[in-house]
Design a protein around this ligand. Structure first.
Ligand code: NAP
Ligand code: FE
Length: 363
């Protein structure tokens, strides 16, 4: 038996917003949630405001979302959306603004303590949301997850709820074609990580596996573009679709230890999320290969690489100058072994195993 849920309408293709303007209008008054620069740099903010003006929809812009959004930024956004009387939200940006939009949608209609959001039992249905991703990585536009930075616990923590799926997502490579190369690589590797973790996860099913393989085939096809840094709008639209497929996959399966171990690298060392995963992903696939060689072969064939070639690809795409100490790795493994992603890992993993993975990948 397996369950499959994917309630988001995805509109994928060049000019997907301009040709489907009515789909963006989910209410009468809107808050646009975006990063400090991504909305403007991608061109998506200009396109969205043009549509809202044309349709006579009033809007406010909340462009204070930083990388790895904090719970405080989202709580404040919720307060402002409520004060402005907004009844729908549009998230524009990478995973950070898209995740923040989900939390803001909850806070805007619920009088609740900031931390209660992690309990997932809010009384009122979150505001409806539209997503415009400007990175091709997290797949947040097709997941019910929001990952927030929580300084209280010195880590990132996620909440998940079926009511925070976006109603609609517009995927258009025009918004990612000018991404800085390292951001494009990091985010594509995050998408690979979702597809590979989801495919090898104990919760993987027929409902997720064929989607994961399709996503891997697409990214594999454009591996050279990621290495060389040459992108067209069409390539970028395809990479956005692959990232959304990664989101669909992890919506069914969740992620495994690559993600839970990666959070410490981001929190303590400011390593971008996708790069953090990528530093650990090769070793993870080696270990998965020991317990499920046939499945790993399917995944690698879809990517068009052997595990060795995949590791070389990751190394080439992820120059990381950060240094780590054994003490740090010991501390992080003590925390990450308690994550809920651990039991779904395809191989047995103890704190000592996680420490060994950290050491092998980072020292
Ligand atoms: P991000 O933090 O959203 O953005 C990274 C950087 O890229 C930011 O500086 C951003 O600028 C910039 N940027 C974004 N789009 C751009 C564009 N088109 N042109 C130029 N610059 C652009 O990175 P991300 O990797 O997409 O998202 C990471 C976050 O998503 C993490 O918090 C991670 O935990 C979360 N995540 C969520 C899920 C999920 O299922 N919900 C899954 C995986 C990861 P601005 O600062 O101006 O925005
Ligand atoms: Fe991720």
């Amino acid at each position: 038996m397996f369950k499959y849920l994917m309630p988001t309408k995805v509109i994928c293709g060049e000019n997907s917003l301009k040709e489907n303007k009515n789909e963006l209008i989910l209410g009468t008054r809107c808050m646009i949630v975006t990063g400090r620069t991504s909305g403007l740099k991608s061109g998506a903010l200009g396109d969205v405001t043009e549509v809202l003006k044309e349709k006579g929809i009033e809007y406010v812009i909340y462009d204070f979302i930083g990388n790895n959004p904090t719970i405080e930024e989202c709580y404040e956004g919720g307060k402002r959306a409520k004060e402005a009387g907004c009844d729908f939200l549009i998230g524009i940006g990478g995973g950070s603004p898209l995740d923040a939009t989900k939390a803001i949608a909850v806070y805007a209609v619920n009088d609740m303590d900031m931390y209660e959001i992690f309990e997932g039992n809010f009384k009122n249905k979150p505001l409806p949301m539209a997503a415009i991703p400007t990175t091709a990585g997290t797949g947040s536009e097709t997941t019910p997850y929001s990952i927030l930075t929580l300084h209280k616990i010195n880590n990132k923590q996620s909440f998940s709820h079926p009511d925070v799926f976006y109603k609609v997502a517009f995927l258009d490579g025009r918004y990612t074609v000018k991404l800085p190369l390292q951001v494009a690589r990091n985010t594509a590797i995050d998408a690979m990580s979702h597809l590979l973790e989801g495919f090898t996860d104990k919760k993987a099913s027929r409902g997720s596996d064929y989607i994961a393989l399709e996503g891997l085939r697409i990214i594999g096809k454009y591996a050279d573009n990621l290495k060389m840094g040459n992108f067209t709008v069409d390539v970028c639209t395809n990479l956005l679709w692959a990232a959304s497929l990664g989101g669909i996959v992890i919506s069914q399966t969740g992620t495994t230890i690559v993600h839970s171990m990666g959070y410490a690298l981001t929190y303590y060392k400011d390593i971008p999320h996708g790069m953090a995963n990528g530093l650990l992903l090769g070793e993870y696939m080696e270990r998965a290969n020991k317990v499920m060689p046939e499945k790993v072969k399917l995944a690698m064939d879809a990517l068009g690489m052997s595990i060795e070639e995949f590791k070389a690809f990751l190394k080439e795409c992820l120059p990381c100058e950060v240094s780590f100490t054994e003490e740090e790795l010991i501390k992080w493994s003590e925390v990450s072994i308690k994550a809920k992603n651990v039991p779904v890992c395809p191989f047995e993993v103890t704190r000592e195993d996680e420490l060994e993975i950290y050491k092998k990948c980072l020292l």
